[in-house]
Ligand binder design. Structure first.
Ligand code: A1EHT
Length: 107
């Protein structure tokens, strides 16, 4: 079964260029399984832009985020923490979804 995920459109180019290889979500989006292929579209207008394969889903606390997570988001650590505080105010229980962009038959 093919599931969907949305990203803010400002991240589309980073995902397509494989500069962004994780996303950090709340529990409502922590149910994805490694190996699962997700259909990716833009949150604002629903436009499809690629498929991604889920590599892993790992719980993480806001305070436990590192420079490695930030690099995988193509951000600085302080930018990443600010983005997360804006999207998920007051939330500490987060999940790192690692993915890679599908090629070939999925593109
Ligand atoms: C549109 C929607 O439904 N939800 C989200 C939630 C998160 N994110 C991005 O994941 C990383 C960590 O949260 C950052 O890069 C976020 O901006 C996103 O693009 N879209």
């Amino acid at each position: 079964m093919l599931h969907d995920i949305t990203f803010f459109s400002r991240f589309e180019q980073d995902i397509l260029a494989e500069r962004k290889t994780i996303t950090i979500r709340d529990a409502s989006e922590s149910h994805f399984q490694p190996g699962e292929v997700l259909r990716v579209s833009r949150y604002e207008d629903g436009v499809f832009f690629c498929f991604i394969e889920v590599l892993s889903v790992t719980p993480v606390a806001l305070d436990a985020l590192t420079e490695t997570h930030a690099r995988q988001e193509n951000m600085t650590l302080s930018e990443l923490k600010q983005v997360i505080k804006d999207i998920y105010p007051g939330l500490d229980e987060l999940f790192v979804i690692a993915f890679h962009k599908c090629r070939g038959e999925f593109q």
